[in-house]
Design a protein around this ligand. Structure first.
Ligand code: URA
Length: 445
């Protein structure tokens, strides 16, 4: 067997055997199959796809490239959430402590920024001192003590995904259902969960741009989770405009902290409470989604969720003084304000363009070994549907790289559309996929 033959077989549209996929996956982890052949395998898969059996086997092989953590000694139903990736998607940051504060243990293993989307790990690592690279023993100790832990993949947890994720990020091979399904589910099945909530993004800033594609991805994810005996629910949610106002890393931590302190950032809190409510329900601490949502709101109101976040940050080595006094954080050397070109209403904000603009500013990677600037990013002053006056600020950008400032400001300006009529509002949470099928969100409750 050679990598070359396997790539050709996939390129020509033939399904691969388990041994063939194992050759590529294990070979990449062990260093016997080089980057350029794995990139080519990804591109062939991108165009040819995988059938249901191949996708399940691909996930199983990725999962077994490492260990499966046993958390059975931790009481309670352990539940996690994972997003397929968005722009301004900081939901895990407020959500995990909220759900843990409701008494549901949350063992969370996240990824870095991928393509134009941000990553929870990069955001957490923008907190000075925060360690996402805990050992498995530390991971088990933290979840046992706090009912919450947030880390990245280690060499033991789905190591194949850790390496492949970074390669897909820079080879334009992210937007592919079997590769996304294998990547997400291998991490999630390794972390010791009993149940899983998925946030499957749809629209301009998502990897799946249509509702049909997103449902297909959700069905693949839910199918894999269910076949591994984990109750899995996928919410299809809108990613046409960024979530919240902050896009970047540290600025998204700040926005998350504000949410945990009770400042309402409407879309962030709506999504956090629905996904969190589902987790609380799956974790058997609420009898219905509506009750779960109420419990999440209460955990913010009574301050328990914020305290839980501070405990987590402290326990994982982070300096909480930066969270308590966000002004202490260093600032970017350069910033520029983008203003409205005309009076009227913001009719749309292109989240894909803003995702790429964030990367240009330094908030994401274009090469595997790029180092992120945690301060860099975008702050939206207006969202779709807001009224604007000509010349009024609509966004501000931050970077240490003077050379890209003007170009990125133009790109951000172009991402906004302003029109005379207020656009019709569209739902943030569209539909739900579980083992029973697809349901419109309004009928799910
Ligand atoms: N999140 C992941 O962990 N992997 C993907 O491929 C996409 C989103």
């Amino acid at each position: 067997m050679t990598a070359n033959e396997i790539i050709r077989k996939k390129r020509d549209g033939h399904p691969l055997t388990s041994d063939e996929m194992k050759f590529i996956i294990n070979g990449y982890v062990e260093g016997t199959v080089p980057d350029y052949q794995v990139s080519s395998f990804f591109m062939a898969t991108f165009f040819r796809g995988m059938n249901k059996e191949e996708t399940a086997e691909f996930t199983r092989l990725m999962l077994h490239s490492g260990d499966i953590i046993d958390l059975s000694h931790i009481p309670g139903v352990k539940v996690d959430k994972h997003s397929t990736g968005g722009v301004g998607d900081k939901i895990s940051l407020p959500l995990a402590p909220i759900v843990a504060a409701c008494g549901v243990p949350v063992p969370m293993i996240s990824g870095r920024g991928l393509g134009h989307t941000g990553g929870t790990l990069d955001k957490l690592e923008s907190i000075p001192g925060f360690r996402t690279n805990l050992t498995i023993d530390e991971y088990k100790n933290v979840i046992a003590e706090l009912g919450l832990v947030m880390i990245g993949q280690t060499k033991e947890i789905a190591p194949a995904d850790k390496k492949m994720y970074a390669l897909r990020d820079v080879t334009s091979t992210v937007e592919c259902i079997p590769l996304i399904a294998g990547s997400i589910m291998s991490k999630k099945l390794a972390e010791g969960i009993d149940a899983l909530v998925l946030d499957v993004k749809t629209g301009r800033g998502a990897f799946m741009q249509t509702h049909e594609q997103s449902v297909e991805l959700a069905q693949a994810l839910v199918g894999i989770g269910t076949s591994f005996g984990k109750e899995t629910v996928g919410f299809i949610t809108d990613m046409n405009q960024p979530l919240g106002n902050a896009i970047g890393n540290w600025n998204e931590v700040v926005e998350s902290v504000e949410c945990l302190r009770g400042r309402s950032v409407p879309d962030v809190m709506e999504l956090t409470c629905v996904l969190g409510g589902a987790m609380v329900m799956l974790g058997k601490k609420a009898g219905s989604l509506a009750e779960g949502i109420e419990r999440c709101k209460e955990a913010v109101k009574n301050g328990k969720a914020y305290v839980k976040f501070l405990e987590l940050v402290k326990r994982q080595g982070g300096d909480i003084s930066f969270l308590e006094n966000v002004e202490k954080y260093p600032r970017s050397k350069y910033s520029e304000t983008i203003t409205a070109p005309a009076s009227g209403f913001v009719t749309s904000i292109d989240s894909l363009e803003l995702g790429f603009s964030g990367i240009m500013l330094g908030a994401g990677r274009t090469k595997v070994d790029d180092v992120i600037d945690p301060k860099a990013g975008i702050l939206l002053k207006k969202k779709a549907g807001d009224a604007v006056k000509q010349g009024e600020p609509i966004a501000e950008i931050f970077t240490d790289n003077k050379e890209i400032l003007a170009k990125t400001a133009q790109r951000v300006a172009n991402a906004f559309s302003v029109g005379a009529a207020k656009p019709a509002s569209s739902p943030l949470i569209i539909s739900v996929v579980d083992k029973n099928g697809v349901t419109a969100f309004e009928n799910y409750r």
